[in-house]
Design a protein around this ligand. Structure first.
Ligand code: FRU
Length: 482
């Protein structure tokens, strides 16, 4: 299919997409003055990767987005493309950049010259609360130490040491730097050469503290990598451990995945929100470098996954990260149906004018199989199967649209910590995606789909008779961008 045919049927209703052209990673996630700012890797000139700038949108509810002009522009004759990075609110004006009432917002990103790829870290700032941005005249602020891969800085204020901390990928490891004013950075340590999965390039790190319901605290380091993800192509691994302002010490050797789906990459979290309600909210690019350039959506290419609230959970004396749709999604659910069956399967029609939030709970026994199937009037099906004996969730998208050849790995698998008993699952279905939040979000999968027509039926079935419950909600949104 040529990629210049309009595809409004695949335009997500509640997932962020640019109005037109190419988008990849989320950048500069910062919350200020009631607004979530979302910047993103953007090519204003076409539907393919290239000419990287920071696109910009903002939202108060993480569902409805206002599009803004390009925030940080590349300069081919100067320091080059604007690659991924982060942004912070400099509340104490440590940078001295404040001009009016608003504290300065400071963005830190990678400058790279197309073709000769010298990756260096630079600053841009906003003195009007995030609407307009200017680049610092003495960029870069961190020069390249002779590495090909040296990018994607994420900055945060580390209260105990009263310093800014910056993490970035440096070859196959993460480098840590510290600063008092966001301009002068001192290298302090590295992590990861012998840790985690090294199936591909490390990219887009993030470091933050999370706490359990009981108040136990741990530091979490996110590292995206490509290839090497659990279902082919990209994936995001996380490390749980301690950070003392200088070094990161993980407390496990096994590889842990933030999301098992193929379409969740470069996820990072919003800065500036934790002070208000202690939430750590993440958004990721919903695609895969293996096939992103072939996605037949038009006039845009690239979407973000649903924003998620991360939490720390303790299981068998070890700490894990779970993710659930952000609280703003819960605040916008309109529940319209509830079904509960013991003796038979559950079958129902789905409306196709909204994105849907579907909550499933079911009693499963050993040897049982649980199926959740979505189908449409074109005979296409996407099937989720839970195998308690193997503690696996398997999603098959090979019959979910004629574009199945695009997917390379049509059968997707995720490990769970659940076995038999009462299981729960939350599914978010939008025009061209399905997100699975298994057992309170302890296992998640983000999956792109390209069905010929919208899925309008759901079936919940099991091989043995157990209670099965389904709760269906629309996610309230204003009309989509088209
Ligand atoms: C991750 C990534 C980053 C880089 C950006 C370029 O998807 O490769 O490492 O900064 O995309 O668009």
């Amino acid at each position: 299919m040529p990629n210049n045919i309009f595809t409004p049927q695949w335009r997500p209703k509640v997932h962020f997409t640019p109005q037109k052209n190419w988008m990849n990673d989320p950048n500069g996630l910062v919350f200020y003055n009631g607004q979530y700012h979302l910047f993103y890797q953007y090519n204003p000139h076409g539907n393919d990767w290239g000419n990287m700038n920071w696109g910009h949108a903002s939202s108060t509810d993480l569902i409805n987005w206002q599009h803004h002009p390009i925030a940080i522009e590349m300069d081919v004759a100067g320091l080059g493309y604007i690659y991924s990075g982060s942004a912070v609110v400099d509340f104490n004006n440590t940078s001295g950049l404040q001009q009016g009432e608003d504290p300065p917002l400071v963005a830190i990103f990678t400058h790279t010259q197309a073709g000769c790829e010298t990756q260096r870290q630079s600053l841009a700032f906003s003195t009007d609360g995030g609407l307009s941005w200017q680049q610092y005249k003495n960029n870069p602020v961190i020069d390249n130490p002779g590495l090909l891969d040296f990018r994607d800085p994420k900055v945060f204020w580390h209260t105990p040491s009263q310093h800014w901390i910056l993490v970035l990928t440096a070859g196959h490891q993460i480098n840590f730097y510290r600063s008092e004013n966001l301009f002068n950075w001192q290298y302090i340590s590295s992590f990861g050469e012998d840790d985690g999965c090294h199936g591909g390039e490390w990219e887009c790190p993030d470091l933050f503290e999370l706490r359990t319901k009981d108040g136990e605290k741990k530091w979490v380091l996110l590292v995206s990598l490509v290839p090497g993800g659990p279902n082919g192509g990209n994936g995001t691994q996380y490390f749980v451990g301690d950070f003392d302002g200088q070094t990161f010490a993980p407390e496990h050797k096994d590889v842990r995945w933030l999301d098992y789906g193929p379409d969740n990459y470069a996820g990072v979290t919003w800065d500036g929100k934790q002070k208000l309600d202690n939430r750590r909210t993440l958004v990721a690019w919903m695609s895969n470098w293996i096939y992103a350039a072939d996605m037949p959506t038009f006039p845009w290419r690239g979407a973000m996954c649903l924003p998620r609230d991360l939490s720390l959970i303790k299981h068998n004396q070890s700490f894990f990260v779970s993710n659930q749709p952000a609280k703003e999604i819960d605040d916008n659910l309109i529940t319209f149906a509830k079904h509960s069956q013991t003796a038979t399967d559950v079958n129902c029609e789905l409306p196709t004018d909204s994105a849907l939030d579907i909550k499933v709970s079911a009693e499963v026994n050993q040897g049982d199989k649980l199926y959740i199937r979505f189908s449409n009037s074109d005979g296409e099906v996407v099937e989720l199967k839970y195998l308690p004996d193997h503690q696996k969730v398997v999603v098959d998208r090979s019959r979910a649209g004629w574009q199945y050849k695009l997917w390379r790995t049509p059968r997707l698998e995720a490990d769970t910590t659940t076995s038999e008993g009462l299981i729960n699952c939350r599914l978010v279905l939008d025009a061209s995606s399905l997100e699975v939040f298994w057992q309170d979000g302890t296992t998640t999968m983000t999956i792109c789909l390209l069905p010929t027509s919208a899925f309008n039926k759901i079936e919940l079935a099991s091989s043995q008779l157990g209670t099965k419950c389904l709760e269906l909600s629309r996610i309230r949104h204003q009309s989509a961008t088209d």
